[in-house]
Ligand binder design. Structure first.
Ligand code: G1P
Length: 268
């Protein structure tokens, strides 16, 4: 099973910091943000992480490439912990596909269709970190309990924030599990069917890749993953794991990035 990480965005909210450095490479305590996400995918049962990159963000690929000369230098200086950390990052099982046009999240995911080949797959959005690496395994349990259905993580947010996210409709079928009946991307506050918002961790049926082929632009003129998931509901069941704010750490804005750095540093 593959874990897909879309990473071709422009990082506009972090300019000018992201003028030459991809936002995925911004430091969170001791490593680039994207390394947490790659580690989470691999810790959750993915055999390979596929980063959906843009061609001008080669520095992401350099980070996950072996650096034997640097490791050798560090070993000679007896800096073994750093040598180990460099070796570790260079040995993570990561591959790349390219999104050449910024046409939306659904389009980004579709760019990896040749990697998933009829299998279920994870999608991990890099703006949120789950350093406990426990969310996808819980989603897999829910999927297994429902004949391999798709499962998405959702976070309850204040009513005035719903229009920034994908939002689900459905019914609670357990303490933290909903059966999803509809999804809508960035609804107006008054049109939002609930306050449960799509958080950025998905376990998806292979049918989603087919539905994304030829998908039409939706909210914001972008090809939305949320729209393909809503279309999937005509054919397949879908469940949502309701998470708590403390289960994930946001790095999508300067404020949340700073808070996440402080919170994760304090936990060391
Ligand atoms: C994307 C998804 C949205 C989800 C959000 C989570 O939106 O389209 O459904 O709620 O991520 O961060 P974006 O933040 O790319 O606009």
């Amino acid at each position: 099973m593959k874990a897909l990480i879309p990473a071709a965005g422009l990082g506009t909210r972090f300019l000018p910091a992201t003028k030459a450095l991809p936002k995925e490479m911004l430091l969170v305590v001791d490593r680039p943000a994207i390394q947490y996400v790659v580690e989470e995918g691999l810790a959750s049962g993915a055999d390979e992480v596929v980063i959906i990159n843009s061609r001008d963000k080669k520095v992401i690929e350099e980070h996950f490439s072996p650096a034997p000369a640097l490791v050798e230098t560090l070993r000679q200086k007896e800096k073994h912990a750093f040598a180990d950390a460099v070796e570790y990052a260079g040995n993570l099982n990561v591959s790349y596909v390219y999104q050449d046009e910024a046409l939306g999240l659904g389009h980004a995911v579709r760019c990896a269709h040749e990697k998933t080949l009829g299998e279920p797959f994870f999608v991990l959005l890099g703006d949120v970190l789950v350093p406990e690496n426990n969310m996808l395994s819980r989603m897999k349990e829910i999927s297994d309990a429902h004949a391999g259905a798709s499962v998405i993580a959702v976070l309850p947010v204040a009513e005035e924030e719903v229009s920034r996210f994908g939002v689900i409709d459905g019914v609670a079928i357990g303490e933290d599990v909903w059966k999803v009946s509809r999804l809508v991307e960035k609804p107006a506050r008054e049109d939002a069917p609930s306050n449960l918002t799509v958080f950025g961790r998905y376990l998806l049926s292979p049918r989603v890749m087919e539905l994304l082929e030829g998908a039409k632009p939706g909210a914001g003129g972008e090809i939305q993953l949320t729209d393909a998931l809503d279309a999937l509901l005509q054919e397949e069941e879908m469940y949502a794991l309701v998470i708590k704010p403390t289960d994930g750490f946001d790095t999508g804005t300067i404020e949340s990035w700073l808070e996440t750095n402080n919170a994760l540093y304090a936990r060391r």
